[in-house]
Design a protein around this ligand. Sequence first.
Ligand code: SF4
Length: 204
Amino acid sequence: MTPYNKEQSEAIFMVKDHLAALSESEKDRLKSECREYLLFREDVGEFLDENFSSICTKKCYDNRLSACCSKEGIITFFSDVVINILYSEEHEIIKLVEAVENGNRGFKCVYLSESGCLWRIKPIVCEMFLCDQSQSEVFDDKTFAREKWEHFRKLEKKFKWPDRPVLFDYLESYFIKAGFKSSLMYFHNSPGLMRIKKLAGLEI
Ligand code: SF4
């Protein structure tokens, strides 16, 4: 198993096992913490479907030239894993585990299957990635769409830019307090993110 797959696999098992041990009411409470983020993701998803799905399917998925899914080591935050597993069915989690355990099936992200991404709620970095070519094709003709996208980029910070308490930091802290540690916990091990937290006077 590659180091990337190993750290993904460890994070998936850690989250899956800990969530399975929580009471239903505690899982519901965690879900309620994520509600605003999921509404944001829904809005972004609708926007992308409306404006980019035809371009992305044609240019990337059909001919397998995708820039966003072609990297083996796409960045995933620990909280991406938590949110995804919190909302995934058992059979979806098994597929994620199989994907990382079987390694990369060639030239794409380990999570890219024949039917698309295996994540139910894919990592935020993937969701917010638009290649230059697709941006130019859509935004050059639609100023309102460009403005909307810029608005979404600002909103994204509410969840993962730690100059204030943010969901992605909160979920990591939740697992750290329960005794877990992962290299994907960037809000607690990335010098850049920790500096932002420190400047904002947040607990490191
Ligand atoms: S996690 Fe999903 S969306 Fe992100 S690069 Fe991999 S297959 Fe693509």
